[in-house]
Unconditional design. Structure first.
Length: 364
């Protein structure tokens, strides 16, 4: 910090130049302020007075006082030359940063943050962001997964994908499942509606008003849905839903039902009923492969569109909302389109198994 007061003595020529700068309405304001700082200094005003008059900081006053002494009026017009920029980041530094990101962890965290990596590498955080973006690295994100251990994975995938891509004649392919424990949630305070410049609001806390379970059968070809809400999801409720499907579909059609491996789908009572109704054919997905069941797409859609941001003061109100959503969908059904072949899915599964085995063996 400077501890002496600087004195500036202006000649008539310099004073006249500075006054013309201040008076010229076309001069940039930053240059006008520099000129005023010098003129006020020459008139004997102190730093604090100049700060108030010109509305600048103390360091700004000092900077342009010193620079005028060094470079004169021409220096005020030109300004201080900027220091040379930092050296560009080399390919070697980029490679080291990428390797550190994917192969190492910081000492006190589970993953790298931008600022932690910037400090570690001695570069700016914006450079870290740019390099991560160039290489598609997102250390803050992690994706959950589960690779099926089903020994019949390939056989089941070929069966179900075959139903999607090449369904049998004179038959319906129905993707069925239950979405259990759907909560009737009401907010503790009323939210504010969305308006221009502001998102709608809702409280983070809520009141629980009971639950229901949605049983759904998605017609893969047409996109229509047979749905029913029940208080529980035991084998008895599943059997009741099968009977509803039986009533609401054409009797001469075979029904191929794609289902997961939930225990209620395989009870003796269900098996006996299926034996008495030979038009029903159950096709089970591989274990840990719910993504193969198209009805999961339907559940994601109804959750996003109607349930997650809904407010329900009772279970009947929740059930009415679900039934209304299904009715609207059935009025203008749109099927989901399955595109991936069984061959590609099986190959992907084999690669995942191989990667897990290599990881377990300590290979990379």
């Amino acid at each position: 910090m400077r501890n002496r007061r600087i004195e500036i003595v202006l000649g008539a020529k310099d004073r006249a130049k500075l006054k013309r700068i201040v008076a010229d309405g076309n001069t940039r304001q930053k240059i006008v302020k520099r000129a005023r700082i010098v003129l006020l200094t020459a008139e004997g005003h102190g730093v604090m007075a100049i700060m108030r008059e010109v509305e600048v900081s103390k360091t700004t006053v000092w900077r342009w006082q010193d620079y005028f002494v060094e470079a004169g009026v021409a220096g005020l017009l030109k300004g201080r030359s900027k220091p040379p920029g930092k050296k560009p980041i080399t390919a070697e530094i980029k490679l080291k940063l990428v390797e550190k990101t994917v192969k190492e962890r910081p000492a006190n965290a589970t993953h790298w943050s931008v600022r932690m990596m910037a400090e570690e590498m001695g570069i700016s955080h914006t450079s870290v962001q740019r390099i991560w973006r160039e290489h598609g690295l997102k250390p803050h994100l992690v994706r959950s997964f589960k690779v099926s251990n089903d020994p019949d994975f390939a056989k089941k995938v070929e069966d179900i994908v075959g139903l999607y891509l090449d369904p049998p004649d004179r038959a319906l392919v129905l993707s069925i499942d239950e979405k259990s424990q759907i909560q009737a949630l009401d907010r503790t305070q009323p939210g504010l509606p969305m308006k221009k410049g502001r998102a709608g609001t809702m409280t983070h806390d809520y009141k629980r008003n009971g639950t229901t379970t949605l049983f759904a059968a998605l017609d893969v070809a047409s996109g229509t849905v047979i749905g029913e809400c029940k208080p529980r999801h035991r084998a008895a409720e599943f059997l009741g839903f099968l009977k509803k499907i039986d009533r609401e579909t054409l009797a001469h059609l075979d029904l191929h039902l794609i289902a997961d491996n939930y225990a209620t789908h395989k009870t003796p009572a269900v098996k006996r009923w299926l034996k008495r109704h030979p038009r029903f054919h159950l096709h089970f997905t591989p274990t840990s492969s719910s993504w193969l069941n198209l009805v999961e797409r339907l559940f994601a859609e109804i959750t996003r569109q109607r349930i997650r941001r809904g407010t329900f003061t009772s279970v009947p109100e929740l059930k009415a909302a679900i039934e209304d959503w299904i009715a609207h969908r059935n009025a203008n059904p749109k099927p989901f389109t399955w595109t991936k072949t069984a061959k590609k899915l099986i190959a992907s599964h084999r690669r995942a198994r191989k990667a897990l085995n290599n990881q377990a063996d300590g290979c990379t």
